[in-house]
Write a new protein. Structure first.
Length: 408
């Protein structure tokens, strides 16, 4: 088998993995790096099947580009297919607003969906000389590890999380000869998740009881819904703004992927959905908590809320996810400042970070490798992959580079 990374080898984002063996050619993911301007993977190459691990844009944001030149079956879980479509459509809108050329159109997105093939977890599907099976990756609802099997086997994790959250059970190891694994948090472990949740709830109550409000700049996919469930027990007034509302509806309408559909439905029923600009002033007046896109504060409703609270020392901005370099979120964490309508400002609100990452930390990555027990490990989707090498010394480890094909 030959493997070539079209992106995402030595970096976080724009993952694209081409796998070739004889007449069999597969592509796993084809994403972007959401910087300004966005960074795209290498040009697409002809394959027979495209397997999407999940619907975040760093794994899916370039998929429609493929269909401008080639045709192939597109494989994903139903949850991933349902939730990636609004993300792709929104990326066209964002590119237009920010003045960046968008490499695909809504017609290209339609071509992608015309080729969709639904694969459910645990179902074996024969493609060419391979049987392909999907397993939950524990990252967000619908996220999938793909297991390719002929005389030998390859497991591709996509983004991986092995511990239980409010939304999902963690990923379980699947035996394979070769493991292609993300390494986003190589060299770093997360604080205990339950301790983070307890601290977050406590800080929210302190802010609200002092007369302030809490703004959560949040990813629409997965993190918005996790926060809704985490904050449900506080009995506070919570508003949700942005695309997270649409994704929550998709989660309800696509059963079989959440730990508890009923618990999520109940928690969602307690929040107020903000339906456009006219409702935002009311949300700001009446809510204790506002969960809103975008997660990295580079656009969306969040900037309007922050602008209204710039001088409010009682209120807070709580970040819960990874902030890419050169984004407002990263600037807020490092410098305490953000850009609003071209003006650099320093909010007087409290600013705190709570690690609710849905990526496995260093120790869990090592544990996962040892449970899969492959002969070869290929580390990708990380900028500090070398940190894992001392703990994987008994394995053959490959650190691929973008654009350089190699034999497995």
């Amino acid at each position: 088998m030959k493997i070539k990374f079209l992106g995402g080898a030595e970096e976080v984002g724009r993952l694209g993995i081409k796998m070739t063996e004889g007449e069999n050619r597969f592509l796993v993911d084809y994403g972007v790096i959401p910087e300004k301007p966005p960074e795209y993977p290498l040009p697409p190459e002809k394959v027979d099947g495209i397997f999407l691990t999940h619907s975040h844009l760093d794994h899916a944001g370039s998929l429609p580009v493929y269909f401008q030149k080639y045709a192939a079956n597109f494989y994903a879980t139903l949850m991933t297919a349902n939730s990636v479509r609004p993300m792709l459509n929104d990326s066209i809108k964002v590119a237009s607003l920010e003045g960046y050329p968008q490499p695909f159109s809504k017609d290209d997105i339609s071509l992608l969906y015309n080729s969709f093939q639904n694969l459910e977890y645990g179902d074996e599907h024969n493609i060419g000389d391979f049987s392909v099976t999907g397993y939950s990756a524990g990252h967000i609802p619908g996220s999938t590890m793909w297991h390719f099997q002929n005389s030998e086997s390859v497991l591709v994790t996509g983004d991986l999380y092995t511990r239980q959250t409010n939304l999902l059970d963690g990923a379980k190891p699947v035996k394979a000869d070769t493991l292609i694994m993300e390494s986003t948090y190589a060299g770093r472990d997360h604080e205990d998740r339950q301790a983070v949740i307890q601290r977050l709830r406590s800080r929210v109550m302190e802010v609200v009881e002092s007369g302030g409000k809490v703004i959560f700049p949040t990813f629409a996919m997965g993190r918005t819904q996790e926060l809704i469930m985490i904050l449900d027990k506080l009995d506070l007034n919570i508003s949700v703004d942005g695309m997270g509302n649409l994704i929550s509806e998709i989660y309800l309408e696509t059963p079989g992927f959440l730990r508890s559909q009923n618990e999520f439905r109940r928690a969602l029923g307690r929040v107020r959905k903000v339906r456009g600009p006219r409702h935002r002033e009311r949300a700001l007046e009446e809510s204790d908590i506002i969960i809103t896109t975008s997660g990295m504060m580079d656009g969306g409703p969040v900037l309007g809320y922050v602008e209204q609270l710039l001088e409010d020392t009682s209120s807070a901005i709580f970040l819960t996810g990874y902030q890419v370099e050169n984004t407002n979120g990263r600037s807020l964490m490092e410098n305490g400042s953000i850009d609003i309508a071209g003006v650099n400002v320093k909010p007087k609100t409290k600013i705190e970070f709570f690690d609710l990452s849905a990526h496995a930390g260093h120790s869990d990555l090592v544990k996962f490798v040892k449970s899969v027990d492959p002969s070869t490990v290929i580390l990708c989707h990380g900028d500090s992959r070398e940190e894992l090498l001392p703990d994987l010394s008994e394995y053959r480890v490959i650190l691929p580079l973008n654009g350089r094909e190699f034999d497995l």
